[in-house]
Design a protein around this ligand. Structure first.
Ligand code: MN
Length: 376
């Protein structure tokens, strides 16, 4: 007990001086086993306006209960928050140096969670649009290192659809949406303009985690469960399952959705989801889906590794989805990007699978072919 308290004193930015034992690969350098680029696809940044407004919201206390806790990680007063802040705000030289040190060639950047989704609509629209302009500037300056996903304000669906069209013209590759928007999910009819724009313009939606919505966060507020240990995956997998079970992909069959964290648990459950969907009459369930739940998952979704470094979950995802549906992501700056790289370099998978996950799947999926420099 005393030792734990002592450890906590030294806990800085997720690392402890008395760190738990790490697997053997964690000590190895991020050496490549061939010639390929490492493309990381869930890499967060922030803008000064987002940070300033989020701090004001957090201090006001007039925020969703999940964000009141989660927001302190980035927008609170702690040293850890200040370090995260400074990493998020940098989409220039220092980030590139960090990427070099971690062994990451190319980053698909996106505005950090929950982004603008906690604000009232007009503020959210303005911050999202300015953030997209700043992102485009960074991408134009370092086209061989960065691409980006557009931030939108789902609380204003028509304006969000327009912003997706603007972002497409500016060369951004997709859209980031941080799960629920003030307790509402994208399967609701009001969000159809967003899904329509994303489908018609072929802009994938990266459905990124955040804490559970205000309407069900209660039990997650205890024991830190609202956070990335469990609540983020519970929230984001709920959102993905709402899209599937509501028939959203019958309405938008070409909509492409990305889930991080090895699919937020869904690959593990996929067979059972089908089994129960087929085998049981559930009051209130949609029994008229054109496909099985797993068929939508394998058709409309891809997943990224973001922050998952264990071999069994990677193996399961490859077996269940096929290697073509998996991309590498480091989840910088919330995770140790070097650990993510080393984990995949040392994963017990074939070299072909490794190259697909690090490089070729992302290049094809996001249309990065023309933007990247030579393989180093
Ligand atoms: Mn993330």
């Amino acid at each position: 007990m005393k030792l734990n308290k002592f450890r906590n004193l030294f806990r800085i930015y997720g690392k402890t001086i008395f760190a738990n034992a790490k697997p053997a690969w964690a000590a190895s350098p991020p050496t490549k086993k061939g010639k390929y680029r490492r493309i990381a696809t869930e890499e967060a940044f922030a803008t000064p306006a987002l940070v300033a407004e989020s701090k004001i919201a957090l201090r006001s206390g007039n925020v969703e209960p999940g964000f009141a806790k989660m927001g302190k990680l980035i927008y609170g007063e702690s040293l850890a928050a200040k370090i995260i802040d400074s990493k998020l705000l940098d989409i220039g030289e220092s980030r590139l140096k960090r990427m070099d040190a971690d062994g990451i060639d190319f980053a698909l950047l996106s505005l950090t969670s929950p982004g603008v989704q906690i604000f009232e609509a007009s503020k959210a629209i303005a911050i999202a649009s300015e953030s997209n302009d700043l992102l485009v500037e960074a991408v134009r300056r370092w086209p061989h290192r960065f691409a980006g996903l557009a931030a939108v304000a789902p609380q204003a669906p028509n304006e969000a659809a327009q912003e997706i069209a603007r972002a497409k013209k500016l060369g951004l590759k997709g859209v980031i949406i941080n799960s629920h928007t003030q307790g509402e999910y994208l399967d609701l009819p009001k969000f159809a303009p967003i899904l329509e724009a994303a489908q018609d313009l072929d802009m994938p939606i990266y459905l990124h985690p955040r804490e559970p919505g205000p309407n069900w966060v209660g039990p997650y507020l205890d024991h830190g469960l609202y956070f990335a240990t469990w609540g983020f995956a519970a929230e984001t997998s709920l959102h993905a399952m709402r899209l599937i079970m509501s028939g959203t992909f019958d309405r938008f069959p070409k909509l492409r959705v990305v889930l991080g964290h090895m699919g937020e648990g869904i690959p593990f459950w996929l067979e059972r989801i089908d089994n129960r969907y087929k085998g049981q009459v559930v009051v209130g369930a949609n029994s008229a889906l054109e496909l099985l739940p797993s068929e939508y998952f394998r058709r409309n979704f891809v997943i990224t590794t973001s922050g998952m470094t264990d071999n069994p979950s990677l193996r399961l995802a490859i077996d269940v989805l096929g290697v073509d549906r998996i991309q590498f992501a480091s989840d910088y700056p919330y995770e140790n990007a070097g650990d993510g790289v080393r984990a995949l370099e040392n994963a017990k998978i074939s070299d072909e699978e490794r190259v697909a996950i690090f490089e070729t799947n992302a290049m094809k999926y996001w249309g990065l072919d023309l933007d990247l420099g030579p393989v180093i």
